[in-house]
Design a binder for this molecule. Structure first.
Ligand code: SDX
Length: 429
């Protein structure tokens, strides 16, 4: 990185503070503010709107252009030409695999899809109506109680093995959430199936008959996973990095990422989009909801719209919308009423001054819910699908951080509480 300089003058601080400035290969320059503490100053950035928390080579987003690159490759090209597991390899190792490397990686992932038989006992402790994200927080966190033989995080091979175990096992745990909720037996993975096919087999298969997964459904499922694989320093990935910065067990770190993803402002938005479309119910009621979304006094937000970084179309939303059309057409569901509401809602919002002025465009969650519904995935499982897809991103960022020099993440604050005061005895209060 080339080093430039920034000069900072602060009222009450008698000298100009010089700060290094770095340029990356893409994106804004960054001001290195680490020297401010020595000057008795902190930066202040709630929500980290203007903060680069780390250096990374994995994913680049240009919110103004609507660009998303994974190790330099545009998401549109990966969605068209690649597969989810190949993209997992790319995120983890930094390059597209050769044919032999791809086949070896797929075989390795396939051979790790089973989970320890004791894991099933954790599920039976939940109520049948437990939200599957609650179960996933528990089940993935529970993995930290296994695999003690490969948990020296300073050992690169152990880190890679952990990444592979998580990518391989999370779909199995995810499908087990669904099976538990409907009282059907857990399905073991079928190593003869591709990653997406196997997931659908574990979700919808039953022990008493062969699974018949339509190729169009498996291809759409694979693409949904691929479109969710990574997204720079989003809230859940930043959570995994922060948890990992203490040297915590990586399975527990990913469980913390799942917890962060659950919120409706983040990965929980896909479930919230479907619930919103159901609530709107008919295109005639869209204007009422657009009005509510613009009303400062109404907490209602148009779910699936807006993004901290994208102030243009989320490129994943464009690919998701195209896949949505293809899947629904191939399944003969092109007249899906929710799709009609979604398309009309998008059209109205994109022409509305409020959304234009605030640069609110459809994000990855807007159309994903409609595809997932068409694939037969129940709404409460949508965020679990997002977590499954995002796992390679979480583990790639964790691996990248632990592979280099890192410090425990420990932000400071602007303190506006009481200054020092003496204790008041009970009888004197
Ligand atoms: C994901 O970070 C990532 O990369 C996340 C993600 C990933 O792959 O990891 O891309 C996945 O989380 C996508 C986002 C999914 N969430 C939603 O769809 C929920 C609805 N969207 C919003 O809650 C919101 O847009 C956020 C949370 C996504 C972004 O919020 P910001 O960046 O903090 O922006 P903000 O809340 O400050 O909003 C700016 C203005 C506000 O108005 P003013 O106070 O300036 O007057 O825009 C308004 C907001 O009220 N606004 C909306 C809106 N989103 C923002 N108004 C109505 N509907 C919305 N959806």
């Amino acid at each position: 990185m080339t080093e430039l300089k920034a000069q900072l003058t602060v009222d009450g601080v008698d000298k100009t503070i010089e700060l290094p400035v770095y340029s990356g290969t893409e994106g804004p320059m960054v001001v290195d503010v680490r020297g401010l503490t020595a000057q008795g100053l902190f930066t202040y950035d709630p929500g980290f709107m203007s903060t680069a928390s780390c250096e990374s080579k994995i994913t680049y987003i240009d919110g103004g252009q609507g660009t998303l690159l994974h190790r330099g490759y545009p998401i549109e090209q990966l969605a068209e030409h690649s597969t989810y597991l190949e993209t997992c390899y790319l995120l983890l190792y930094g390059e597209l695999p050769s044919k032999a490397e791809k086949e070896a990686f797929e075989a390795t992932i396939t051979s790790h899809t089973m989970v320890h038989e004791s894991i099933a006992d954790f599920y039976h402790g939940f109520r049948r109506d437990a939200h599957p994200m609650a179960i996933m927080c528990g089940a993935v966190g529970a993995l930290s109680a296994f695999y003690h033989e490969s948990l020296n995080i300073e050992n690169e091979e152990h880190r890679v093995q952990t990444a592979i175990k998580l990518i391989a096992k999370i779909p199995t745990l995810a499908a087990m959430c669904y099976k538990f909720s409907i009282g059907q037996p857990f399905m073991y993975p079928d190593n003869s199936k591709s990653y997406a096919e196997n997931f659908l087999h574990m979700m919808f298969g039953v022990p008493c008959e062969e699974s018949n997964i339509k190729p169009v459904i498996a291809r759409a499922m694979d693409r949904v996973f691929l479109l969710h694989a990574d997204h720079e320093q989003n809230a859940s990935t930043s959570t995994v990095r922060l948890a990992g910065s203490s040297g915590a067990n990586p399975f527990a770190c990913v469980a913390s990422g799942i917890a962060a993803l659950w919120g409706p402002a983040h990965g929980g938005a896909n479930e919230a989009v479907l619930n919103m479309l159901y609530e709107i119910g008919d295109v005639s009621r869209i204007d009422e909801y657009i009005k509510r979304a613009k009303d400062k006094n109404d907490p209602f937000r148009l779910m699936g719209f807006g993004h901290r970084v994208y102030k243009n179309f989320d490129p994943r939303a464009k690919v998701m919308k195209q896949s949505c059309d293809e899947v629904l057409q191939e399944l003969g569901l092109e007249d899906d009423p929710l799709l009609k509401i979604a398309k009309r809602l998008e059209q109205i919002a994109l022409e509305d001054e409020y959304f234009i002025e605030k640069k609110l465009y459809p994000n990855v969650d807007f159309y994903s819910g409609i595809i997932l519904k068409a694939l037969g995935i129940p709404v409460e499982m949508f965020t679990v699908i997002f977590a499954t897809g995002r796992t390679p991103g979480w583990v790639a960022h964790w691996h990248e951080m632990i592979s280099g020099p890192y410090k425990i993440g420990r932000p400071r604050q602007l303190y506006t509480g009481y200054s020092k005061r003496d204790y008041v005895k009970l009888e004197d209060r």
